[in-house]
Design a protein around this ligand. Structure first.
Ligand SMILES: [Ca+2]
Length: 264
């Protein structure tokens, strides 16, 4: 089974399954909570097809005739097991229900292996048919899945359903952050610049507990990103002026030169 995982651009919204690297007609594994993988296509099938609204886009077409049957997407190793919900808290995707789809009231489920991460309460309205709808669900924490579990099972729990999905994304609170770690512990904007050419660091930055981040600023710099986490920042101020928390020149927070260590 080909994964067809394409990675969204750096610092975008994390990993995305957009099916663009798949061949039209490629099948994805269908999985049942009681029976495991389903090979009988009369019960369930998932196939890459052209978007019913845009022939230039590839999407996954899913038909299920058996309760508790979902498509399997294979996660990359960095999201295996508990790593999935350590870093990602939300699952989103685009859903299209054809006008012929039966019954509007259905449940959405998500599993990692056998570990259920989400289930709709009751049987909510799944949205208007004949158009793409953006869906988003919070993920519960991984509890029973093993550390090497990479089978993400998602879909609509129903015994007669037809739908299409695209742009399946796993999003985390810190996807857009610079995250400090042992191997990623330096922000270096050091430069011998002038007051008409300030260096700026404004990427949201997370310094987890027990991590240390070194920041080297320029002769003239603005350091105005959101900083989070219980780790340590060593700030090496570069020269004339480093402004913290502001982009304007009216702030009074100026570090002339020298080495600063700040511990929360
Ligand atoms: Ca697509």
């Amino acid at each position: 089974m080909t994964v067809c995982l394409s990675i969204a651009p750096a610092l975008a919204n994390g990993q995305t399954f957009d099916f663009e690297d798949c061949e039209i007609g490629q099948k994805f594994t269908m999985w049942n909570v009681d029976q495991g993988n389903i090979t009988d296509e009369a019960k369930a099938v998932a196939e890459v097809v052209a978007d019913p609204t845009n022939p230039n886009n590839k999407v996954l077409h899913i038909t299920v005739k058996t309760w508790g049957t979902f498509v399997t997407l294979t996660l990359p190793p960095e999201l295996a097991g508990h790593l999935l919900t350590d870093s990602k808290s939300t699952l989103s995707f685009d859903l299209y229900r054809p006008n012929t789809d039966a019954d509007d009231w259905k449940q959405f489920h998500a599993y990692l292996g056998n570990d259920k991460l989400y289930q709709d309460e009751s049987y909510p309205y799944q949205g208007d048919k004949g158009q793409w709808i953006a869906k988003q669900y919070p993920l519960g924490k991984v509890t029973t899945a093993t550390d090497d579990e990479r089978n993400l099972h998602i879909g609509i729990h129903h015994n007669n359903s037809e739908y299409y999905i695209d742009n399946v994304r796993l999003k985390g609170q810190h996807d857009d952050y610079f995250v400090a770690s042992n191997s990623n512990n330096l922000i270096d904007i050091c430069k011998k610049n002038t007051s008409s050419d300030y260096m700026v660091w404004n990427t949201p930055t997370l310094i987890p507990e027990n991590e240390t981040l070194n920041i080297r600023t320029a002769r003239y710099s603005y350091l105005n990103s959101k900083m989070e986490g219980a780790g340590i920042i060593n700030l090496y101020a570069g020269g004339e002026r480093t402004y913290l928390g502001r982009t304007g020149k009216t702030t009074k927070t100026i570090i002339q030169t020298g080495r600063y260590s700040m511990a929360p």
